[in-house]
Ligand binder design. Structure first.
Ligand code: ADP
Ligand code: SF4
Length: 698
């Protein structure tokens, strides 16, 4: 296969100031949960993208000084020379594949409370911390501004010395520089506040000083928001942004344009579709002749070409598409579009940053595991034996296990009880807003179709006897889980209906199977992720009066980590769904649902006809248990190896099921040392801890 000439434009080089990118694929800065804490993992992860054809690969936000520290969210840093060495690990690897490396310099201001360094954060005024820490900033005086400019300049020089080709001035996302630009926030009375010329002064100075510091070797990019805020129904309020942009337009070598609201810019697919920033980009290219990059969760090469040809942007910016498929450019280049692992827009990747743990991805189970497990997104060791593997269940876990085993060359049989493959993603993709989840199935199905050594058996509900009849050498059970009607009371699963009667109690499985309630309904959410809200939306769309209740203090608590919680709640409110927070469902008799307040037990009675329990799941482990029981309780007595993966092992998010299936495939005939299952990336103090500490300060 070769590249379709329609896509040639994506592979044309572009000059960006003093450097030239070989193509138009630009991995914009994105957080990874690795940053300065896990430099080896980070370097290998970015290297894989360079290998996969991205022309420019950027860091996450790079703190320029200890008074800008975001832990537990892990940033990169450019504080001292040891940071230069850490970044070198990455830039050398990126350059080895002919790509450019970019560093985004960052100062958090009122968004960083500096919980690790304990330095006082600086901002334009004594402002409250904007992400909820009870710490205010120090209002910057002239000395502070001079210091900031010096720190920025020194960080830029370090970036240059670390081998970066592009250095960013980061003026968006509510961080310090965005505040200086903002007419609503910047009420300073000196030459850095008031009229627009004054508010852009600091950004202008930093662009000029960064150019002066690195401009003959590195391009200087500016990240800038095309809007001030998102208005009603997503209509951007651009305010004076156009004039501001006009003022700064000639200064940098590259404009990286996004929007002020991160929750929309990086919106989940439920609310935000591919190319969503285009309406905001209207004025940008008409004002500057400097190269422009923007994002839009682009996975379709046709959309990318259209963006370039219509002059919306010059470079295809991507964070999530490059995470889901680090080889996206290489696959377009090779004309192998069916092999692209398209991002599903779930934002599980972002949860790594939210939780301060390494990045993971629903579609790409190797993401974050490149260094510590040696996993590559496209390459895998050949099979370790001429054996046959039976995979039972074609949900995310079973499909990924079968696909990766097939890639290794094993003879694989995938048996699925239903006609359609996909398991939970096939079912959930029918719910409001989740249609892109089907990509988890589509990618794997496409790949398996190309593998003569993988056979798929549909409508094959397997019993223990059936499994034995296959005479496989290895059997992996991936039969998933189903939603319970009970709830977990902190100690055990309990029924909410008197005497355990389950009349009018439904689960998400019932709703997905088309069994709908027919009167006022309570959706009771103990799961705390996206499904409770999605089920409530589906019932509301069917014309029902719906109340959403949860024992948590907020709607969709875990969705905070995927940056969608705020949008979920505002969406439910807009739909007219009533919300009850901090309340546990204690009883439902078919007419009244009794909710007890988590703080003191005050009871609220709701008159409803049906309750949908979105609580916990029960593993579908009958087959697994039958096989073990049949062997007298001793797995070793079976004529095949037996394993279970995914939700039938331990119910969790889709990403965990894909990962479990992949891991099974990797480790078959390649046992790992279970005492040391992965390489440990952390500061190595060497023989003399004191010496190492001093080294860190040089
Ligand atoms: P996971 O997320 O772990 O992949 P899913 O619930 O998405 O789990 O998928 C499990 C799949 O297993 C479903 O498609 C289901 O139809 C299938 N399945 C369950 N039991 C059997 C069985 N005994 N034989 C074949 N397929 C089964
Ligand atoms: Fe896309 Fe989800 Fe992967 Fe993030 S985790 S890159 S949103 S598929």
């Amino acid at each position: 296969m070769t590249r379709d000439p329609r896509y040639d434009i994506l592979f044309t080089p572009l000059k960006i100031g003093p450097v030239t990118t070989k193509n138009r694929f630009f991995q914009v800065p994105h957080c990874t949960g690795m940053g300065y804490i896990r430099p080896r993992m980070l370097a290998s992860m970015r290297e894989v993208k360079a290998e996969g054809g991205w022309g420019v690969i950027c860091t996450e936000y790079n703190s320029i000084h200890p008074s800008s520290d975001d832990l537990r969210h892990v940033s990169a840093s450019l504080w001292n020379d040891s940071d230069i060495r850490a970044h070198r690990l990455m830039t050398d690897k990126i350059h080895a594949h002919g790509a450019l490396a970019g560093a985004e310099l960052w100062y958090g201001g009122a968004r960083s409370a500096n919980m690790m360094t304990r330095e006082v954060a600086l901002d334009l005024d004594s402002m409250p911390n904007s992400v909820g820490h009870p710490f205010q900033t120090r209002a910057m005086d002239k000395t502070d501004i001079r210091n900031l400019r010096r720190w920025h300049r020194k960080a830029a020089i370090r970036a240059r010395d670390a081998g970066f080709d592009v250095v960013y001035v980061y003026a968006t996302h509510g961080y310090l520089l965005a505040n200086f630009l903002d007419p609503a926030r910047n009420t300073r009375s000196d030459e850095y506040g008031g009229v627009m010329e004054n508010r852009v002064r600091l950004v202008r100075e930093l662009i000029e000083e960064t150019k002066d510091a690195v401009g003959d070797k590195c391009a200087v990019a500016v990240r800038f928001a095309a809007d001030e805020q998102v208005g009603e129904d997503g209509i951007p309020i651009t305010g004076e942004r156009r004039d501001m942009f006009e003022m700064l337009a000639p200064l940098p070598d590259l404009w990286d344009i996004n929007i002020a609201d991160y929750g929309v810019e990086m919106g989940v697919s439920r609310f935000t579709k591919e190319g969503a920033l285009e309406p905001y980009m209207g004025f940008v290219k008409s004002i500057t002749d400097k190269p422009v990059v923007t994002v839009g969760r682009f996975t379709s090469p046709d959309t990318m070409v259209s963006q370039l040809k219509r002059g919306v942007t010059d470079l295809i910016g991507a964070a999530r598409p490059s995470i889901a498929d680090p080889f996206l450019p290489a696959k377009i280049e090779a004309g192998d579009l069916g092999a692209i692992r398209e991002c599903i827009g779930c934002n599980v990747c972002y949860s790594g940053d939210s939780l301060g743990v390494p990045i993971r991805c629903t579609q790409n189970p190797t993401m974050g595991e490149e260094w510590r497990k040696g996993w590559h997104p496209e390459k895998i060791d050949p099979k370790g034996s001429d054996t046959r593997v039976l995979v039972v269940g074609a949900g995310p876990a079973g499909m990924e296990a079968a696909r990766a085993l097939g890639q290794r060359g094993y003879e694989v049989m995938l048996a699925e009880a239903t006609r359609e493959l996909g398991g939970r993603v096939r079912r959930e993709a029918t719910l409001p807003g989740l249609s892109e989840y089907i990509r988890v199935k589509d990618y794997r199905e496409q790949q398996m179709l190309k593998m003569p050594n993988v056979e798929v058996f549909r409508e094959s509900q397997m019993s223990a006897q059936d499994v034995h009849a296959v005479e496989a050498d290895h059997v992996v059970i991936a039969t998933g889980a189903h939603w319970r009607k009970e709830r977990f009371n902190g100690n055990r699963y309990v029924s909410v209906t008197p005497d355990g009667a389950d009349a009018h109690v439904l689960t998400p499985d019932d709703i997905m199977d088309g069994r709908m309630p027919d009167g006022p309904t309570l959706v009771y959410d103990e799961d705390g992720y996206y499904l409770g809200g999605v089920i409530a939306e589906k019932l509301r769309a069917a014309g029902l009066d719906v109340t959403y209740a949860t024992p948590a203090d907020v709607v969709s608590q875990w969705a905070e980590n995927t940056s969608e919680r705020w949008r979920v709640r505002s969406h439910l409110m807009k739909l007219g769904i009533e919300i009850e927070l901090s309340k546990s469902l204690t009883e439902f008799d078919g007419k009244t649902a009794r909710l007890a307040c988590e703080y003191g037990g005050t009871v609220t009675d709701l008159k409803v006809r049906t309750v949908v329990m979105v609580t916990q799941r029960k593993t579908n482990d009958t087959l697994y248990n039958d096989l073990i029981t049949g062997a007298g309780g001793d797995r070793a007595k079976l004529p095949f190896t037996l394993s279970r993966v995914g939700d039938c092992d331990a119910p969790a998010i889709i990403a965990a099921a894909v990962y479990a299936g992949h891991r099974y495939a990797r480790e078959l005939d390649a046992p790992i040392d279970s005492d040391e299952p992965l390489r440990h990336d952390r500061v190595d103090v060497g023989e003399t801890p004191e010496g190492s500490y001093l080294m860190g300060r040089t």
